[in-house]
Ligand binder design. Structure first.
Ligand code: ADP
Ligand code: MG
Length: 715
């Protein structure tokens, strides 16, 4: 039965679908990351319009006046469509008035309008309006950037899926109607939609089968089916991810080979007995034990060490490194900035001074950053390759290609959220033995909420340091508006007169590719004017030469400078215990986790630490951030709040955002689903690690784990 029709499977590339056409298929790929038929079918509606659940303009206005959330959702026609060109860089504002079937009116505004928008609005006879009423202008109500949809044809359906079409896709002439038509066509044509979730799970959650779920998600018969179907795909996505991660982890701790340590070695004992200036906290001891166990296992360690700023992670890293070096291995410690690498280097030199390896030799520490150049660099690389360096500390220069170790046993990555996943993977690839993977310890002071940790680091073991070293006082945080700045500065002066030091931090504003330093330069002048010549003030920011930065840092660390005016380069890891006050200027411009990191700079001694946030007028979100800072100094709580305010992308940095990994599920709203999925896959894998009882699932997972992209995302 020969057929002329194209044969379409879930894996067929969209560019091969004639109905879509090459240029639009490419647009879908570029703007939404969709490349196969399955990708498109998994592009879920962002929400559904339930026609039985509309709100007239009048009703919504009433709610707005009561101070409630007021969404207008009704059929309207438009009048008074107008385009206003503003003086500001020729920006165009588009306005219109929507009139609903009761004759009630509401103003609509688009602040970044364009002439095509006007044209399109004029072409609308009737539309369904959806949007939240706000104050527009001084005393009128309106809706900015409302959603308007041609209502023709669709008004009879009782449930209408709404797809998010980004403007960039709209510009490439892809419309929602087209998208729906393609999906409809594909659902009719695709032959191989099979179920791969175990049946007992479908039963457990009452999910429809995969095929049915596709149909009901895109063309729902009723609201609950639509929801169940979308839930199924969210679950499916999280379940596959968790299963792959758990299998990867299982493989690592059973099959993959790592350097096996037989003893803790002489160095750690010398250090603890002779050099360690204080007692380790219980948490530090526990984590060192956990690491030691990993190193003895014969399998590669992959451990995330989370601990709030100032909890003493560096020391844990040092102890792990001393164990490895004591067993004859080289270690690498990678830090995100030169300043931090330098600081680690200096500390490590002090820590290992006088220690003797089994062969009586001292422990050799070297520093490799971008500033180490020429012959010095060349010699260093040779020494490293020949095994004459035990501990190499550096920045991302460590992962540059020509660098070779003789016997790299352990890689420590400090402040790991600053590095991309790919960078981490590259350092591990420095292994000197083809089939043995070095141990990996990543440290992060940005507490990662549990849900996020499960998703992104699901295959890592996690250690947490909760306890701060003894004698630390809780930081006192205060908020000042700019017009009270002098009061804040007077307080700083008082602290300095007591013998303490202070940071004054300015935000660095990124404007396209150029940085704007006006802020800190202006601020520096102001600080100098206020404090006068009898106080010594150092300045440090990213545009200075590394040597100048280092000098500023050294002056501050040695106490020669009492005040360090800086951009957020000091955010990560810098350790000057006598600096007990930090002033953060324009604090509203910093993210919550940045603020928390900055505040951590002053919690490193037994003196009372202070954090002063100076801001201009606060918006809704910045007010929430400042309030959160005033309310708690618990990094994990702040991370949760941050996750809620900003979404996972910002928290982890672009490369590791949950968004890359997940298409349908959302870390904020689907946490319960994530936890369920994790439990279910752990349950299955514990009994049946190779998924032999679930061949379809097995096939699917193998495919997913074989995808390079998958490993780049989670490596
Ligand atoms: P972080 O976890 O932010 O990297 P650090 O490792 O920089 O913290 O440690 C912060 C400060 O606390 C350092 O000055 C360090 O010497 C000190 N410290 C670490 N562990 C202890 C401890 N057990 N007792 C007292 N001080 C400690
Ligand atoms: Mg640190």
């Amino acid at each position: 039965m020969a057929t002329k029709k194209e044969k379409i499977t879930l894996q067929t590339p969209l560019v091969d679908i004639k109905k879509i056409g090459t240029s639009k298929a490419l647009a879908l790929n570029k703007e939404l990351g969709l490349s196969t038929v399955e990708d498109l079918l998994l592009y879920a509606p962002s929400r559904y319009i339930d026609k039985s659940n509309m709100t007239s303009i009048k009703e919504a206005k009433e709610r707005f006046k009561q101070g409630e959330q007021a969404i207008v959702h009704t059929k309207v026609r438009l009048e008074g469509i107008a385009m206003i060109r503003t003086k500001n860089k020729g920006r165009i504002i588009v306005e219109a008035v929507a009139v609903d079937e009761e004759g009630e009116k509401i103003r609509l505004v688009w602040f970044n309008g364009a002439s095509w928008l006007v044209k399109w609005l004029k072409s609308l006879d009737e539309a369904v309006l959806y949007g939240r009423i706000q104050k527009v202008g001084r005393n009128s109500m309106g809706i900015s950037h409302p959603e308007l949809r041609k209502s023709k044809g669709e008004v009879d359906n009782s449930i209408i899926p709404v797809y998010h079409i980004p403007a960039s896709l709209g510009r490439k002439k892809v419309t929602e109607t087209q998208l729906k038509n393609w999906i409809k066509y594909l659902l009719e044509e695709v032959e191989d939609i099979e179920e791969f979730l175990p049946e007992f799970l479908l039963k457990k959650y009452g999910f429809p089968t995969r095929k049915e779920a596709f149909k009901q998600m895109h063309f729902p018969e009723d609201m609950s089916l639509a929801k169940k179907s979308k839930d199924r795909f969210k679950y499916e996505e999280l379940f596959l991810l968790q299963t792959a991660l758990l299998i990867a982890k299982k493989k690592r701790v059973t099959v993959e080979k790592g350097y096996k340590i037989e003893k803790s070695g002489v160095l750690i004992h010398q250090f603890v007995n002779e050099k360690l200036p204080f007692e380790l906290t219980d948490d530090q001891k526990r984590v060192v034990k956990e690491i030691y166990r990993d190193l003895q296992s014969g399998h590669p360690m992959k451990r995330l060490l989370q601990g709030d700023v100032g909890s003493g992670k560096t020391l844990v890293a040092l102890l792990a490194i001393l164990i490895m070096v004591g067993n004859g291995y080289q270690c690498a410690l990678m830090a995100p900035t030169e300043v931090l690498a330098n600081q680690h280097y200096k500390n490590f030199l002090k820590y290992v001074e006088g220690l003797r390896k089994e062969d009586g030799q001292p422990v050799r520490v070297q520093l490799l950053t971008g500033s180490v150049k020429g012959k010095k660099r060349k010699d260093l690389l040779v020494a490293l390759r020949e095994g004459y360096i035990d501990i190499l500390i550096g920045t991302h220069a460590l992962i540059e290609d020509p660098i070779q170790f003789k016997k790299l046993g352990l890689v420590v990555v400090d402040e790991q959220h600053r590095f991309g996943v790919a960078q981490r993977a590259r350092l591990l690839a420095k292994s000197s033995d083809e089939d043995i993977i070095p141990h990996l310890l990543v440290m992060s002071a940005t507490p990662i909420p549990r849900t996020l940790a499960l998703t992104v680091y699901g295959d890592l073991d996690v250690s947490v340091i909760k306890q701060l070293p003894p004698g630390r006082k809780p930081v006192i945080t205060r908020h000042f508006y700019e017009n009270n700045r002098l009061e804040a500065y007077r307080f700083v002066k008082y602290q300095i007169d007591q013998g303490r030091q202070a940071y004054i931090i300015f935000p660095l504003i990124e404007e396209s590719e150029n940085f704007d330093y006006a802020n800190i330069e202006e601020g520096y002048e102001r600080v100098k004017n206020f404090f006068g010549p009898s106080y010594s003030i150092a300045i440090m920011h990213g545009r200075m030469k590394p040597a100048d930065k280092q000098k500023a840092m050294d002056d501050f660390a040695s106490g020669k400078a009492q005040i360090l005016v800086a951009t957020n380069v000091v955010e990560v890891g810098v350790d000057v215990p006598n600096a007990t006050t930090i002033v953060i200027e324009s604090a509203e411009r910093f993210g919550l986790s940045q603020l928390h990191q900055l505040r951590g700079r002053v919690c490193r001694s037994s003196h009372q630490p202070y954090c002063i946030l100076i801001t201009g007028k606060l918006g809704i979100d910045s007010k929430k951030r400042i309030n959160a800072m005033l309310k708690t100094s618990d990094g994990f709580k702040l991370a949760e709040i941050d996750l809620e305010l900003r979404g996972p992308g910002d928290l982890l940095g672009v490369q590791q955002s949950g968004k890359d990994i997940m298409r349908i599920a959302d870390l904020l709203t689907d946490r319960d689903t994530l936890v369920n999925a994790r439990q279910d896959s752990a349950f299955i894998i514990a009994k049946d690690p190779n998924l032999n009882r679930f061949p379809k699932l097995q096939e699917r997972i193998l495919k997913q784990m074989g995808e390079k992209l998958f490993w780049q995302r989670i490596a």
